[in-house]
Design a protein around this ligand. Sequence first.
Ligand SMILES: Cc1cc2nc3c(=O)[nH]c(=O)nc-3n(C[C@H](O)[C@H](O)[C@H](O)COP(=O)(O)O)c2cc1C
Length: 218
Amino acid sequence: MHKVVQPKALYFGTPVVLVRSVNEDGATNLAPMSSAWWVGRSCMLGLDATSKTTENLIRDGDCVLNLASADMVGAVDRLALTTGSEEVPEHKANKGFRYEPDKFSAAGLSPIPSDIVNAERVAECSVQLEAKVAEMHVFGAPYAECYAIEVSVLRTHVAEGLLVPGKEDHIDPVRWDPLIIKFTEFFGGDKNVHPSSLARGWGMRHEGTGVLQPEAYA
Ligand SMILES: Cc1cc2nc3c(=O)[nH]c(=O)nc-3n(C[C@H](O)[C@H](O)[C@H](O)COP(=O)(O)O)c2cc1C
């Protein structure tokens, strides 16, 4: 038996990506996002039209897609309610977002140079994809003002520990534990690994479901 419902979000479970992009002054921005999927050497990113990352990718197509593993959830959550836009858009201010010019310090992460693109990589991420924007499409109307931004992956960096021994082109799916976001909640393996600031900002109500609650914050 199925029921017709209107879920607040259709976020059924996707990996968390920390996107590095270049600001107008040459500094780099860092933002968590998860509406991402890959085919061949291309990736499609679903991004809010008002984000600094979107503004940067429209102006300068260089970026790095840093894939977060489940053990990086603390750093991701520290970035959850931040934006690199000095003027915080109203819909974000209402959810408790603040302007953060130095996302690396805020998250406790370390930048390392890329080989090809201007944006730096995130050292702590086991998978880092250097990429450039290929195409942009308006997306999400009438419920959201977004862009679907297609990027071409130019270089892939993978932590050696994730490679199948003796096979340079084969990532071991058992050793790779991506941080997955499901309906604004963080999962690694099949476990809910951290309370979610994003869920708090969105006013998601998960009481009684076993999901980690904001009261669990230190
Ligand atoms: C785990 C996680 C996943 C997110 N996924 C997306 C997403 O897929 N698309 C999006 O536009 N924003 C997403 N956000 C919200 C952005 O991080 C937010 O819009 C942020 O302000 C962007 O930063 P920027 O303005 O500096 O680019 C996500 C946030 C978190 C914590």
